[in-house]
Structure formats: C-alpha cells, structure tokens
Ligand binder design. Structure first.
Ligand SMILES: [Cu+2]
Length: 151
C-alpha cells in the first residue's frame, strides 16, 4: 500500500506537467496518506476486489477542465491485486437528471499491479454526475460500481 501512496505523489506531479510520457517513470519516494483517508471505495463482489478512487484533478463540472483520478484495486486484506488478463476497467460518466454523458470519458491506463490512472475525463456541465466503473471480461460487462458526485 505504501508503494501506491508514493506513486500517487508522483502522479500528482506528473499530472501537473501535461502529457509528457517521460515523467511517468520518474518516481520519487515520498509518501502521502491521502489515499488511506479516501472514503471513495466500492467493491466488485464478483472478484472480491475493492476499488479506491482518488482524484488527482477535479472532478470539475466544467468542460474546459480535465479531471483525473487513480484507482487502486485491493483484496479484503488491503493488499493490491492484479486483474486477471481477461479483465479490464471501463469508465463512463452520466448525468442522470438530464440523461447524457460526458464530453469525453477519457483514457484508463494500467500503471502497475492494481494501480490504474484515468486521464482526460471532461464533465461537460455542473450538476449531478455518476461515474460508472465497469468490470469488463472479454469485452462484456461483468459488474458495475458507481461513484456519485454533485459538481
Ligand atoms: Cu446535463
């Protein structure tokens, strides 16, 4: 878990520097406790895996501002876990009151075991948003968790 916290710190740095891929590997050794304090955690029951979501930027209810977050996947003991090869994660934002999606749902990148970085997410207006995380297996949805926001 400590390793993930280090990476969060580094990613915060990386996120502030735009899309320079070189920075993805310039990990620094500094620990924050921001993730451990995060209450944004849901569980994929079908694979007994929890997802902790940590915002790095936003979330912003503004199409001009990019939102970014990390997802850490852990088992019931809090240890980071790898998704099996046939699984992936899909992120979709929906505004339920108006029935539309985001400007752009962004891109999800696996950084290392149990750690995913989501970038280029653009909510297109303020208001009620639901962020759906689909657990995909061979391109079919196995299970969906959601995080609700008022932006
Ligand atoms: Cu709307």
């Amino acid at each position: 878990m400590k390793k993930n916290l280090i990476i969060i710190f580094v990613l915060t740095f990386f996120a502030s520097c735009g899309n320079s891929p070189q920075n993805e590997h310039s990990y620094e050794k500094k620990i924050t406790d921001s993730l451990e304090n995060s209450k944004e955690q849901k569980t994929f029951k079908s694979i007994a895996t929890s997802v902790q979501l940590q915002w790095l930027q936003g979330p912003f209810g503004d199409p001009a501002q990019e939102s970014q977050f990390l997802m850490v996947l852990t088992n019931s003991k809090g240890q980071t876990v790898e998704l099996l090869e046939e699984y992936s994660l899909k992120v979709t934002g929906i505004m339920p009151s108006m029935g539309h999606g985001t400007d752009w749902d962004g891109e999800n990148i696996r950084l290392e075991k149990g750690l995913y970085f989501h970038k280029e997410l653009f909510f297109n207006m303020p208001g009620d948003w639901v962020l759906y995380i689909d657990l995909m297996k061979n391109n079919e949805i196995v299970e969906t968790i959601n995080f609700d926001y008022m932006l």
